[in-house]
Design a protein around this ligand. Structure first.
Ligand code: PLP
Length: 449
């Protein structure tokens, strides 16, 4: 049996309708090299979505390879339950020094979902320990995505993914996301500032009414990735943070997607000088090498858990703080510094913005291009004036991404939003290839409709 047959017979792929998966041979990736992935036939593809938003430096980064190899020569794993090890200690200190001021404590887990799950449980238990047991509810944005474990799904709001699990979830209070292009309050659309003001007024009202019952608000700072790359108007995050503080509601920033330079600064919340109480990190933490996540907490939250046994945070995963993953993260952060990767990525974001303006902005099927740093969503619409979407059954976004493969680019859409999220180390020439492939793929699919 060849690899494709074995895949069809035994693999159950995530977020994939397996009924249709078996119809065509899978694209099987064997190797990576810089910003390219290479399949078992030797074909090269530009990794246009950073292998699901994780790759920072590209693949086969010598410094990270070497750090993992050296750690393999010491040990692959030892637990953090009752023991410690140098990579986890060094990385915790490093993350605390990079994070917004006040986030001094690092709790490891292994995925974005678990980093969020940990933050939710910490926020809940914090108020119990502080003698405010009624403060146990959460606020989240309506279109939020925070992962797939049940706590993370509870604060999520993507109907297609989450509807089926409703009976298993806890109740969450929702506020509108400031998404002016498809504003729920004003369907004909109004400006981003008016939209943000409307959303903030709704939030202020909710906080004023319910703060004695509220543990925390969770959001993705400045851009909601899986919701369709919804870029929030400037100042929205800072005002959310101010309102939360004023009402004694903890702020959880989920930087699983936005962290490690994707939006410009190391962490997106730093662009608005926001210091959350809890910060969830994963994806780019190891440069895209190994599964590792971290939830950072303030000293005030940490101290609430000190004392008798019952105050312990009873949470942990077997591979929490795996040393191979920790050394990958340390090497990735070192390389980001050595190569001045943040300024590099900021300059690439300018190039990307120009290319998008030249090649896609005036395309009749492009409704809106949303960009923050190297996170981009290109929303496809059937009619630009009315912003009417294409019929979902057409699966236009998926077809365009499929067609991009013929142009040597790997993309993955969010519905009819094409996502471009290249590794931070991408070059201008590679960005040119990425955008022109997206444009050609779009034209090819539309001409065949
Ligand atoms: N939070 C955000 C903002 C995400 O974008 C994601 C994944 O895309 C998650 C959490 C979940 O991360 P993971 O898939 O590593 O569990």
């Amino acid at each position: 049996m060849n690899l494709a047959d074995k895949d069809h017979r035994h693999l159950w792929h995530p977020f994939t309708q397996m009924q249709s998966w078996g119809g065509t041979p899978p694209l099987i990736i064997e190797r990576g090299e810089g910003c390219y992935l290479i399949d078992i036939e030797g074909r090269h593809y530009l990794d246009g979505v950073s292998s699901l938003w994780v790759t920072v430096h590209g693949h086969r980064c010598a410094e990270i390879d070497e750090a993992v190899r050296a750690q393999l020569g010491r040990m692959a794993h030892s637990t953090l339950l009752g023991l410690s090890h140098p990579p986890a200690i060094e990385l915790a200190a490093e993350l605390a020094s990079l994070a917004p001021e006040g986030l001094t404590r690092v709790f490891y887990s292994d995925s974005g979902s678990t980093a969020v799950e940990v933050a939710l449980k910490m926020a809940f238990q914090y108020w119990q320990l502080r003698g405010r047991p009624a403060k146990r509810h959460f606020i989240a944005l309506r279109e939020a995505y925070h992962g797939d474990t049940l706590g993370a799904v509870s604060v999520g709001g993507i109907e297609l993914f989450h509807r089926i699990f409703h009976p298993l979830l806890f109740d969450v209070l929702r506020v509108a996301a400031p998404h002016a292009y498809r504003c729920a309050a004003e369907p004909s659309g109004h400006g981003p500032e008016a939209c943000a003001a409307h959303c903030l007024a709704e939030l202020a009202e909710l906080l004023a009414a319910r703060s004695p019952d509220l543990a925390a608000l969770i959001l993705e700072p400045r851009v909601q990735g899986a919701a369709g790359m919804l870029v929030h108007p400037p100042g929205y995050l800072a005002e959310v943070a101010r309102l939360c503080r004023a009402h004694q509601v903890l702020l959880i920033c989920d930087e699983v997607a936005t962290g490690f330079g994707r939006t410009g600064p190391m962490f997106s919340c730093q662009a608005e000088d926001v210091r959350p109480d809890l910060l969830a990190l994963a994806k780019g933490l190891t440069g895209g090498y190994l599964p590792l996540a971290a939830t950072l907490a303030t000293e005030e939250i940490y101290e609430a858990f000190l004392g008798e046994k019952e105050r312990t945070f009873f949470h942990g995963h077997t591979y929490t703080g795996n040393p191979l993953a920790c050394v990958a993260a340390l090497a990735s952060l070192q390389r980001m510094r050595d190569r001045q990767l943040l300024p590099w990525a900021e300059a690439r974001a300018v190039t990307l913005s120009r290319l998008l303006a030249e090649q896609l902005a005036s395309h009749p099927a492009v409704g809106q291009i949303r960009q923050l740093g190297l996170m981009v969503g290109v929303e496809l619409v059937a009619d630009r004036a009315s912003r009417r979407p294409y019929p979902p059954a057409l699966a236009l976004g998926a077809r365009v991404c499929q067609a991009a493969r013929a142009h040597g680019v790997l993309l993955r859409p969010l519905g009819d939003v094409l996502v471009l999220m290249p590794p931070l180390a991408i070059t201008d020439d590679q960005l040119g290839h990425l955008v022109s492939a997206a444009r050609q793929a779009l034209d090819a699919v539309l001409s065949g409709l």
